[in-house]
Write a protein that binds this ligand. Structure first.
Ligand code: BES
Ligand code: ZN
Ligand code: ZN
Length: 499
């Protein structure tokens, strides 16, 4: 039983109760005995500030051995995002206690368009995501018990939908955990071929297996089809490139698919345009776009969404070697356009170009969304707070903003101004340069480069997650330095809202 009404709730090791900054109880636990237990704490120590918490033992109480008071700050400022963060705060406050039977007493709140079920799901989401760590590769792996929170609601009426909402949150959290884990994997382990195997396993282990078609192109097929963008970046590495394609059809044949494209550079050394060592340290996460779209695909199929969805992942390792491409090389892309590769570190756009061309010519997509750790310029401009978004279709940006609001994962439009920047990609010897003539507006010139490969006026949006894909320190629902999991939940929201 995951959801209980307060009247017939079974005994717990701990119950989380929410109080606002006026010390008003938002969890409506109508228990006269409770006041005696809590009055001293509420009068003295506990202020009800956002994320504040205080554990109190209730000796002799029939239902709760302990309660954790959690402050919400001003009740009217609460949003689903703040509730996710509170779920995470409560979860970390008790993490070391390894308690078995723990529950949130779901607060009664008025948040626009939100039911009790949404509030419970938000708490559950935060409480799970914060527990994700990447310790399996330590020789003496620390054993962390997973704390599974059940839900208590004030009365039987409020139970409606809570079970299903919490179950869904569990499925999404598991998918986010899957994505963050493969992004955290060492590049020694997660080569392009290993990433392809992860994708095939997602398809094979899915409850919707029969509606999923999975295929992986190796160098052979890439050469035959002349996918020069993927090949030229991959040619320097001993770990050959792959092009991963997943198709999920669970809506009418006539319904156009949404195509997700993820940058899958399993390690970006920069190639011959070698990055300085500090910049290489985290470049295993240069496949965070791939990890994100694969996780979103997993969640969408686990949730059995009634959609047609395609997931495309060009994946390579960008290495310098005697076989590596050189600055000055002219490469013929899958689309037939030629590109003068002046900086081998601007490799993401080369592999995405082939995948975007594939997406827009092999499908008639409703929308194409690519996700990529594309430019340091985007990370400098927006930091880790948001993904930069660029699109050829204004309404698609608005749809992404709507999904962003619901998920709490931010997007911020990148400047367009192609009349200023488009010419920066002109080459004397090829159709395009792979870097702008000037460093300025680097996130925009990268987007404009990609746009050249979107055919047939397909609605397309690009999410640059160079900044938000990795957190240098724990924050909100992310409990450890490393992959943030952004924008996996945003993508899932988008898929649901546009089903
Ligand atoms: N993977 C990097 C972008 C990146 C930088 C992601 C920092 C995350 C954090 C990308 O392949 C790259 O190196 N881009 C170059 C482009 C430049 C050469 C035009 C960059 O941003 O410096
Ligand atoms: Zn690079
Ligand atoms: Zn890169």
């Amino acid at each position: 039983m995951k959801v209980e009404a307060f009247q017939n709730c079974s005994p717990k090791d701990l119950i989380v109760l929410f109080y606002d900054d006026q010390k008003k109880a938002l969890s409506k636990w109508k228990d006269p005995a409770l006041a005696d237990y809590l009055s001293m704490a509420l009068e003295n120590d506990f202020k009800g500030k956002f994320k504040e918490s205080l554990m109190i033992y209730l000796p002799g109480h029939p239902i709760a051995k302990r309660v954790l008071l959690v402050g919400t700050g001003k009740a009217q400022d609460l949003t689903l995002q703040r509730l996710r963060i509170l779920g995470a705060a409560a979860s970390s406050a008790i993490a070391s206690k390894q308690l078995k039977k723990v529950a949130f007493f779901v607060p009664d709140l008025k948040i626009k368009n939100c039911k009790t079920a949404d509030i419970a799901a938000a708490l559950s989401m935060g409480s799970q995501l914060i527990q994700v760590h990447f310790e399996e590769w330590k020789s003496k792996a620390k054993k962390r018990e997973w704390t599974d929170f059940s839900m208590i609601v004030s009365d039987a009426k409020s139970k409606a939908g809570v079970d299903a909402a919490v179950e869904k949150a569990r499925c999404i959290a598991a998918g986010v955990q899957f994505g963050r884990r493969i992004i955290a994997m060492s590049p020694r382990q997660l080569t392009p071929d290993a990433l392809a195997k992860e994708a095939l396993a997602v398809a094979k282990n899915s409850p919707m297996k029969s509606k999923i078609k999975a295929s992986v192109w190796t160098e052979k097929e890439l050469e035959k089809k002349k996918y020069g963008g993927i090949l030229c970046v991959g040619q320097g590495s001993d770990n050959p490139p792959r092009f991963i394609q997943l198709e999920y059809r669970n809506a009418a044949q006539s319904k156009k698919p949404i195509v997700l494209v993820g940058k899958g550079v399993t390690f970006d050394s920069g190639g011959l345009s070698l990055k300085p060592p500090p910049a290489q340290e985290t470049m295993k996460y240069d496949m965070a776009g791939a990890g994100s779209v694969l996780a979103a695909f997993k969640i969408a199929t686990d949730l059995k969404l009634k959609i047609n969805l395609v997931c495309l992942i060009p994946t390579v390792e960008n290495m310098p070697s005697g076989k590596a491409q050189r600055p000055g090389d002219v490469v013929t892309m899958a689309s037939g356009l030629t590109v003068e590769v002046l900086n081998t570190d601007a490799e993401g756009r080369l592999i995405l170009a082939d995948a975007l061309w594939h997406a827009s010519t092999q499908y008639k997509p409703e929308a194409i969304i690519d996700v990529a750790t594309l430019t340091g310029a985007c990370a400098l401009a927006v930091g880790d707070a948001a993904a930069g978004v660029f699109s050829n279709t204004e309404s698609l940006i608005q749809k992404l903003q709507k999904a962003s609001e619901a998920s709490g994962e931010n997007v911020w439009p990148l400047p367009d101004f192609d009349e200023f920047y488009a010419d920066l990609l002109n080459s004397e010897v090829a159709d395009l340069r792979n870097i702008g003539k000037r460093r300025e507006a680097g996130a925009t010139t990268a987007s404009l480069f990609l746009e050249h490969f979107v055919e047939n006026k397909a609605p397309w949006a690009h999410l640059d997650i160079a900044g938000c894909g990795w957190y240098d320190a724990p924050r909100d629902m992310v409990g450890v330095r490393g992959p943030s999991g952004v924008p996996i939940r945003l993508l899932v929201e988008f898929l649901e809202q546009n089903a």
